[in-house]
Each structure stands twice: as C-alpha cells, then as structure tokens.
Design a protein around this ligand. Structure first.
Ligand code: SIN
Length: 320
C-alpha cells in the first residue's frame, strides 16, 4: 500500500452539526449574509476526491448556527461520537461544525471522551454557496487527519492547520484562517493530503470520565462568565447572589485583565460570592494561561481560556 492510499475496509464517519460550512447564501458572492446550517452534511462531501474509494457514512446530528448550540445538541453529538468510536470498523470521525463555538465543543469532546481514535472537527468561514468556499478543502484535510495512522484525540482542522482542543481559539471574524493555538502552536499541518506533525496528539484531560453524568443531565449547573474591565463594579455579582435558590448561580468564571488581575470592586464582590458557596475561577481576558503569582485572586483551571474554563467548572460542579 502506498502512503496516503485509502484503507478501504476502515470506515470514516462524518457527523454534521451545521455552521457556515453548511451555509447557504442567496447570492454566490455573499460571504457574510447567509443561513448557517442549511446544506445537508452528505452534500458537503459530494465529489470530494479524498473520499473516492473510501468507506464513508454520514449522519446529520444537528443543523444549526453554533452560536445557538444547546445542551441537547452537545449531548447528541457526544453520544453519537461515543457510539461510533466504540465501533471497531470506524477508523476516525469527522464533525462539520460552526466556527463560533467549535473551540468549546472540541474541549468538551476531548474532556468527556479522550478518544484513542481521531475525532476531527472542521468548519469553514465561507458558506457552501460562496464563489470560492473554503469548506471542501477543510473537509478534505479533516478526512486526511481522521485516516492518518496513529492519530488520536480531538483536533480542529481549518485552513490546513491542526489545532489542539485545549489551545484552539477563534481570533478573527472573517479570515479563512481564524484560529490560533497561542504559544503551544498547532499540532500539525495538512499539505496535499499529507499530515506534517510538529507535536503530540492531544492527551486525556484531567477531567475525563464524566460522560455518563453529562449525558444524563437535563440541565447543566449554573455557571456564568463575567469579565473585569475599567470601571468594573460589584453589582453584577450581587445581582447573581440575590437570585432565588432555584436560579442561584453555582459557579463564576471571571476573565481578568493583563495577568489575571481584577478590578478591586469586582474582586471584593467575588470574594463575597465565594464565601456564600459559589465556586469562582479565573481566566485571562486575553485567553493566554495566567502566569501564577502569590496574589492571584482566584485559582485558574489548567490555564484554560474563559469559555473552556466555563465548561471545566460546569463539569466539576456536575459531579460535585
Ligand atoms: C457558526 O458558528 O455556526 C456560524 C459561523 C461559522 O461557522 O463560521
């Protein structure tokens, strides 16, 4: 068998979640005014050379703009991914997904499933109806990663770059390469269907193993994300604390300025919240892991960015 030749028996499963990659605009030249999640996942793959001769199956798990992701959508995705990962005939899974919250889904999937096979999320910044859509190349690259010998774990593939689930962050609203992995850098690049790897595939996160509780839950623990800023005040936290017991917040992620610093007013209110039994964790507003220092106001979670720290705290509280 030559390098890159498909392993015909091994199956690739493509799960569709919607997003711009499945977007449909009224005018072909329109890259911003479109309906996300309109084109069926099977149609996105029609005619892609990378799939010729491969054993591929498709499943439409959701068909949404990822900004509107609900718990039920995520539970369905986790469940379907788990079922396919357990199937010995499946070599790898590709998930087509919107870019806006793909970093949260990637973190969640890696944390809950820590798959030994590749679970590759991909996306696009231009709708499927664009003059020059980026989705077909991204999907082709994702299949290359999902069928790469030795690949494992959850990754995000976009614009030829393979990002890890803990680091990936969307940093631009328009570029076709909107993601960055910060100081860690990308895991690999895909070049003409070949995967050029720079560092290890993702390893299991500290919080692995809460999948049953996640799938059973009818709602997640109430965790909100606030931010410090110039003229930040105590009232948002006090308003949260004043809620009725059923609506009471259980956790707060606060984005700090600079290196996890908080406005004094907000800091004081968050200490009140903590004394009242609310879990408070910090992250950096700029997304980079805080550099620990003795006066750091609250603990961070594994240096995660705010949206991922919010999921990490949510899962902690789910099992508490
Ligand atoms: C979405 O996140 O579903 C819409 C935006 C995108 O995919 O780029």
């Amino acid at each position: 068998m030559q390098v890159g030749e498909p392993t015909k028996a091994a199956r690739v499963v493509v799960l569709g979640m919607g997003g711009t990659i499945a977007g449909r605009a009224e005018r072909a030249g329109d890259n911003v005014g479109y309906d996300a999640g309109a084109v069926p996942v099977e149609d996105l793959a029609a005619g892609l050379p990378v799939l010729q001769g491969r054993n591929v199956s498709f499943e439409q798990v959701a068909q949404i703009n990822s900004k509107d992701m609900r718990l039920a959508d995520l539970q369905r995705l986790v469940d379907r991914a788990r079922v396919h990962l357990a199937d010995p005939s499946v070599q790898g899974i590709v998930v087509t997904h919107g870019t806006d919250t793909i970093e949260e889904t990637a973190y969640l999937l890696q944390t809950l499933l820590a798959p030994a096979k590749p679970l590759v999320l991909t996306c696009a910044m231009r709708p499927a109806t664009a003059v020059s859509p980026d989705g077909p190349q991204n999907l082709s690259d994702a299949v290359a990663v999902a069928t790469e010998p030795g690949a494992r774990g959850v990754v995000v593939v976009c614009a030829g770059r393979v990002h890890g689930p803990h680091e990936v962050a969307k940093q631009h609203p328009y570029r076709t390469d909107p993601f960055d992995s910060g100081d860690a850098g990308v895991i690999a690049q895909v070049e003409e269907g070949r995967v050029r790897r720079f560092r290890d595939w993702p390893v299991a996160a500290r919080r692995t193993g809460r999948v049953e509780a996640f799938l059973r839950a009818s709602a997640m623990p109430r965790v909100v994300w606030l931010s410090s800023h110039a003229d930040a005040q105590a009232w948002p936290v006090r308003a949260l604390l004043a809620a009725s017991p059923e609506q009471r917040v259980q956790g707060i992620v606060v984005s700090g300025t600079g290196n996890a610093s908080l406005h004094t007013e907000l800091d004081a209110a968050l200490r009140e919240a903590e004394a009242a039994g609310v879990r408070v964790v910090i992250a950096n507003r700029n997304g980079a892991p805080p550099v620990p220092y003795p006066q750091q106001p609250f603990a961070d979670i594994d240096g995660l960015s705010p949206p991922k720290a919010r999921w990490a705290l949510t899962l902690d509280l789910l099992e508490a």
